[in-house]
Design a protein. Structure first.
Ligand SMILES: O=C(O)CCC(=O)C(=O)O
Length: 313
């Protein structure tokens, strides 16, 4: 019997688009059957998780300045678990849930790519290894994964950010793999991108653990390490400079099954979902295992180490 064909990575045109713009849309990356299976698995998790001993942690990005970003123990210890974070607007002023739990969760994270067989199969795949190879990774490691539900009516906005702020290596190397499990539109809060900002926007801040023991939390500190990946030549004059004016954002409406690759330095965001339709997506992030990952990062490796994309698949 002939050996199974090795999956292809990105085409040279796709790599060129990603390098120029900082993101890439790949329609029909997942079959509709795979999407259906992942959605079924997600709804099962939402049905089965218990509220009994749940600390009711909300996923808060802390708004534009990031102050009051989620950072409790439940969040900090989620790197090797499957945990459930609520939408901020799922509660009444007195703190009671105003929605059934299945319609109140903002995000499920952060170890689906290891603990859930179907998400693991989707993440640690030969195709994704080939994509990482096209993007010149030497030892790509999947370090976190999540389902973002963007629930109908109360789906929280994600303000403009760069993923390497949250998943910092020195030099920066984070890349997001983001899969639409439902159609993502302007109405239900699709992504948008500041095209090319990965070449003009340094990683100025890092999201780190603060305090110890009971006082442990999260916060932002100035980044004293490298601010661009070695592969990026920053636009002239931007290395240490102030942000130049407002960015323009390009809307990224996509159909279920589309894969979006997101450069760790690109500014991107998504708006609130006040429509009647949810916007379920699955995303995981990869870093270069050969770069330095330090103990201050909010997310610390599980006992197995971050999951290899090469060698394991
Ligand atoms: O899906 C979203 O709305 C935001 C996701 C995002 O910004 C990310 O994964 O970096």
């Amino acid at each position: 019997m002939a050996a199974p064909e090795e999956p292809q990575g990105l085409t040279p045109e796709e790599v060129a688009f990603f390098n120029e713009n900082g993101y890439l849309l790949i329609p029909d990356e997942l079959s509709q059957e795979t999407v259906k299976g992942l959605l079924e698995e997600t709804h099962k998790m939402l049905d089965e998780f218990s509220l009994d001993d749940h600390p009711m942690t909300k996923f808060s990005t802390g708004g534009e300045d990031g102050e009051n970003h989620v950072g409790d123990k439940y969040f900090l210890e989620s790197g090797d678990k499957v945990r459930f974070f609520f939408e901020e607007d799922a509660f009444s002023p007195t703190g009671t849930l105003t929605k059934p739990k299945q319609k109140a969760i903002n995000k499920i994270g952060h170890y689906l790519h290891y603990l859930s067989p179907s998400y693991r199969h989707t993440s640690l795949s030969p195709r994704n290894a080939a994509i990482a190879r096209s993007l010149s990774f030497c030892d790509p490691r999947v370090l976190q994964s999540m389902v973002i539900c963007k629930q109908p009516e109360i789906g929280g906005a994600v303000p403009p950010h760069q993923d390497s702020t949250f998943l910092y290596t020195d030099p920066p190397s984070a890349t997001g793999f983001w899969y639409a499990l439902e159609d993502a539109t302007i109405e239900n809060g699709c992504l948008s991108f500041a095209k090319g900002s990965h070449r003009r926007e340094p990683i100025r801040k890092r999201f780190v653990r603060t305090g110890t023991g009971e006082g442990e939390g999260t916060g932002f500190v100035d980044n004293e390490g490298a601010r661009f990946p070695a592969s990026v030549t920053p636009e002239e004059g931007v290395e240490g400079g102030e942000r130049q004016g407002e960015e323009e954002y390009t809307i990224g409406e996509v159909k279920a099954g589309t894969l979006v690759l997101i450069h760790g330095n690109i500014l991107h965001k998504s708006e609130r979902n006040v429509s009647g339709k949810s916007r379920f997506i699955y995303t995981f992030h990869v870093i270069e295992g050969e770069e330095e990952y330090d103990g201050r990062n909010w997310l610390q490796p599980p006992k197995e180490g971050f999951s290899r994309l090469f060698g394991e698949v």
